[in-house]
Design a protein around this ligand. Structure first.
Ligand SMILES: Cc1cc2nc3c(=O)[nH]c(=O)nc-3n(C[C@H](O)[C@H](O)[C@H](O)COP(=O)(O)O)c2cc1C
Length: 219
């Protein structure tokens, strides 16, 4: 395996500061729509969520972006490892890589729980198997074997078949990352990539429409 010689020359597109929209969430939506249009092999809404755990150690995993409002929303188990991390340190980052477009987006900010109503609404919109799975899985906790999980699933499914009712468990719901830093990376030739960053301006008392400072960084 010659990993040293494994390299790509990126030349699909350019991203200039003049073309950057004033708001990074709007800019993200534009790139996300383009990622959807390319019909990528991987899920375009898959993103790496990085959190900080015990002893300030980082921990990362993939989750799915499920909606965009004033922030970026995903769903999970609040008692999972990521949930425990976020309960003690709400700062986190999201990383997207859209290989087909030679693009990366890095988003940093603070995470909050979305409302219980919104979580319930989304929970109910999921296929029934996913709803049962979310209830059955004590996410991130040790299991003795797979049967243990399947037994939990079967008993919840049986209960659902008998009662025809299912409720969102309190430990399952959505989080929203409210960004204060967003970086758009477009691969370019000879490693001269474009990096356009948005930093939320602090104490911005000007009545300007943009509170985001846009800066190009060296690749
Ligand atoms: C493509 C993909 C999508 C995933 N989406 C989610 C998700 O939306 N929510 C979630 O809790 N876990 C999701 N997972 C599983 C997580 O990566 C992870 O295994 C799980 O959340 C437990 O992480 P934790 O122990 O750090 O809390 C996904 C995994 C992959 C590979």
């Amino acid at each position: 395996m010659d990993l040293g010689n494994l390299r790509q020359n990126y030349k699909k597109a350019e991203f200039d500061i003049q073309d950057a929209l004033a708001n990074p969430i709007e800019q993200f939506k534009q790139w996300f729509e383009q990622a959807l249009e390319t019909k990528p092999s991987a899920e375009p809404n898959a993103m790496v969520l990085s959190t900080i755990g015990k002893n300030n150690r980082p921990s990362a995993r993939v989750v799915l972006l499920k909606s965009i409002d004033e922030g970026f929303v995903f769903y999970t188990n609040y008692e999972s490892r990521k949930g425990e991390n976020l309960a003690t340190n709400p700062y986190a980052s999201l990383t997207f890589f859209w290989a087909e477009l030679e693009r990366q987006v890095r988003i940093e900010g603070k995470i909050e729980k979305i409302s219980a109503e919104k979580s319930t609404e989304y929970f109910k919109s999921r296929p029934i198997g996913s709803q049962i799975g979310a209830i059955a899985s004590p996410q991130s906790k040790p299991l003795n074997n797979r049967e243990e999980l399947e037994t939990l699933f079967d008993s919840i499914q049986k209960n659902y078949e008998e009662t025809n009712s299912i409720e969102r468990p309190k430990n399952w719901g959505g989080y929203r990352l409210i960004p204060d830093y967003v970086e758009f990376w477009q691969g370019r030739e000879s490693r001269l990539h474009d990096r356009i960053t948005y930093l939320l301006k602090e104490n911005d008392d000007e009545k300007s429409s943009s509170v985001w400072k846009i800066v190009r960084l060296a690749p």
